[in-house]
Design a protein around this ligand. Structure first.
Ligand code: PEP
Length: 251
């Protein structure tokens, strides 16, 4: 039985006061929720401040990125140890904005996934197709490649640390949500792929989140799918009432 997992990706939003207020509001709203794993991923400069607000809550902390090296001359990057030092449990890796805006490759993403697992962070590996790839009926091909390359060298045992987030790029921040059927179809394909790459037991244990304009009004429908185990939420994670409502719906 997979425990639902809802994570909020705050992206490059908020100031310090807003980040602290959002975290404190969620800690308060979600104090009796224990049937859903919840995490928030603020901008890295606010991780420490948010960690303080969440210290006695059941909301975990995640980063939006991580670098694969341990330390040294890597200007602007953050290591697993640094992120753990400020109380991160999770790390989003390979978000579509990092793939398509910053230019991250599957090879780089794979190094980050591997380093995160070794360094004690739980990766949320994001995959998903562009609109033109969906229209060209290449969704399975694109997502399969992203998963195979992103997870290269990750053993079945280590795979239990990984969450996959299926985020069709055309649905992120656009207000266009994949239908429940579209989400289920790709999630089932991903689970079958994991069974082929690993084994059925491993595939049955890995949580697969959906991301792309998820909000309070579509949470129940998306989460009713047997292979949708949670949500990665952008815009709706920036408001205490919306994000808390989504989690309470799932709980
Ligand atoms: C995301 O950033 O991962 C995301 C899914 O954003 P939104 O919910 O705003 O579409």
């Amino acid at each position: 039985m997979r425990k639902p997992f809802i994570a909020g990706n705050w992206k490059m939003n908020m100031d310090c006061a807003g980040a602290k207020a959002l975290a404190a509001g969620l800690a308060e709203q979600l104090k009796s929720v224990d049937t859903v794993d919840v995490a928030v991923c603020p901008p890295s400069v606010y991780l420490q401040a948010v960690a303080t607000e969440l210290s006695s809550s059941n909301v975990a902390l995640g980063s939006q990125n991580v670098y694969f090296e341990g330390n040294g001359a890597f200007t602007g990057e953050l290591s697993c140890a640094m992120l753990k030092d400020v109380c991160c449990t999770y790390a989003i890796i390979g978000h579509s904005e990092r793939r398509h805006v910053i230019g991250e490759t599957d090879e780089l993403i794979n190094k980050k996934v591997t380093a995160a697992i070794t360094g004690g962070l739980l990766p949320i590996l994001c995959v998903g197709e562009l609109l033109e790839e969906r229209e060209a009926e290449k969704t399975t091909e694109v997502v399969t490649q992203q998963i195979k390359k992103g997870l290269a060298g990750v053993t079945a045992e280590k795979m239990l640390a990984v969450t996959i987030a299926y985020e069709p790029v055309w649905a992120i921040g656009t207000g266009k949500t994949a239908t429940a059927d579209q989400a289920q179809e790709v999630h089932a394909m991903i689970r079958a792929l994991l069974a082929e790459m690993y084994d059925q037991t491993t595939a049955d244990q890995v949580r697969i989140q959906y991301g792309g304009s998820a909000k309070p009004g579509n949470t129940a429908e998306l989460m009713a799918n047997p292979d949708v185990d949670g949500l990665l939420v952008g815009g709706a994670a920036l408001k205490v009432e919306d994000f808390a409502a989504m989690i309470k719906t799932v709980a």
